[in-house]
Design a protein around this ligand. Structure first.
Ligand SMILES: C[S@@+](CC[C@H](N)C(=O)[O-])C[C@H]1O[C@@H](n2cnc3c(N)ncnc32)[C@H](O)[C@@H]1O
Length: 248
């Protein structure tokens, strides 16, 4: 299930990451760090771009899906961003997609990413804002379940609205030339982002039930996400980047 969710997550976000890496100009010879690299799709993209003269360090708490990517230009390390030390001022690009919203303190984690970038280097991130999600036609069941989803995310230490704050945090962490794009889209039930949302609800089911959600209602809400007659406004995705100042 989690592998399937990661696969959908990559399929949805990879085209956004391509445009972000294009905008930054990541290319031949760059030294890149991919933090919370997960299933490795961004690591693969970076390795292709940096060529034989560049390098990619891919780190995650769980490297089981990354180990096979190790090569002459890709190094894989098990790493906890909240407690382990990263090389300082070492990378042209530090990348963290769909990671910061899960961590606490978020700004402290971001500052660790900034310290790993060389002066003048880039920090790039993507974060969703789940508070923007809406389903129509709506129902009381959906509203109850969605409200429990947000409660469960918060109770688990996530910030479900982090996408709305990412840009401000990049500035607060001292980055310059900060730029953010926000992508808000609607999809029919059963489309890729709707299925992704359904699997994300499933991932939080146990915690939602602990907070009072009803299992049958969660099933009904998931069916609504899969039902072609539903229209779902998916989480607003924030794609943001900034540069470490040249003299820092
Ligand atoms: C939602 S997945 C995103 C994976 C990948 N960045 C992507 O966008 O396809 C979040 C990843 O962050 C990793 N992660 C969570 N907490 C972490 C931490 N403290 N340090 C490093 N990685 C972490 C998880 O193991 C997981 O692989």
């Amino acid at each position: 299930m989690e592998r399937a969710r990661l696969g959908l997550l990559e399929e949805y976000h990879d085209p956004l990451t391509v445009s972000q890496l294009d905008a930054i100009g990541v290319g031949e010879g760059w030294r890149c760090l991919d933090v919370g690299a997960g299933g490795g799709s961004v690591t693969r993209m970076l390795a292709e771009r940096v060529g034989v003269s560049g390098s990619v360090l891919a780190v995650d708490l769980d490297t089981s899906l990354l180990d096979e990517l190790a090569s002459d230009r890709v190094e894989v390390r098990r790493h906890d961003l909240l407690s382990d030390q990263l090389p300082g001022a070492a990378f042209d690009l530090v990348h963290a997609r769909l990671l910061l919203m899960f961590l606490s303190p978020r700004l402290g984690a971001l500052q660790r990413l900034v310290s790993a970038a060389r002066p003048g280097g880039w920090v790039a991130s993507i974060a969703p804002d789940f508070t923007a999600v809406a389903l129509s036609p709506t129902s009381l069941v959906w509203q109850r379940v969605w409200s429990r989803f947000l409660d469960a995310a918060l109770a688990g230490g996530w910030d479900p609205g982090y996408g709305a704050r990412l840009c401000g945090d990049l500035r607060a962490a001292g980055l310059v030339d900060v730029h953010a794009d926000y992508i808000a889209r609607c999809y029919p039930g059963g489309a890729l982002p709707s299925r992704l949302l359904s699997l994300t609800v499933e991932r939080l089911r146990a915690r939602m039930v602990l907070l009072g959600a009803d299992n049958d209602e969660i099933d009904q809400a998931r069916r609504l996400l899969e039902e072609p007659a539903s229209t779902i406004r998916s989480p607003t995705t924030c794609m943001a980047r900034g540069r470490r100042p040249d003299h820092s």
